[in-house]
Design a protein around this ligand. Structure first.
Ligand code: CU1
Length: 128
């Protein structure tokens, strides 16, 4: 008896999780490998051209973590290739970053890399 009610409670929890997953918008989001097969590297600056990014789309940055990183910053930081102190910097070599609506800017902060095109600006539309 106790076992029976326990498993129906577990079923309820599983059903709740399933409904949550179905309702969550990332299910409908696209995934992009930044730089395609080359990954996050030099001259990736034009990679976003012609793509239609949306709110909650996932950017996947693959790179050599010994050489590169991914800093999230403002347009000013993007244009000047300078990450202000306190910037969020990813450095695992495989970073998944979900887009917010509007403009997002990413650079590699290793000296000279951003200047060599290791930077992207993304405009994500509001999908709602
Ligand atoms: Cu780099």
């Amino acid at each position: 008896m106790a076992q029976g009610s326990g498993s129906s409670a577990r079923l309820g929890v599983l059903l709740g999780i399933l409904l949550y997953l179905l309702a969550a918008k990332p299910i409908f989001a696209a995934e992009y490998k930044v730089g395609d097969t080359a990954g996050w590297t030099y001259n990736v600056e034009n990679w976003p051209n012609g793509k239609s990014f949306k709110d909650a789309d996932l950017l996947i940055f693959n790179y050599f973590k010994e050489r590169h990183n991914v800093a999230v910053l403002t347009k000013e930081g993007y244009d000047s290739c300078t990450a202000p102190s306190g910037s969020i910097v990813y450095q695992t070599g495989h970073d998944e970053i979900r887009l917010d609506p509007g403009q997002s800017y990413f650079i590699c902060t290793t000296p000279g890399h951003c200047e060599n095109g290791m930077k992207i600006a993304i405009n994500a539309s509001d999908s709602n």
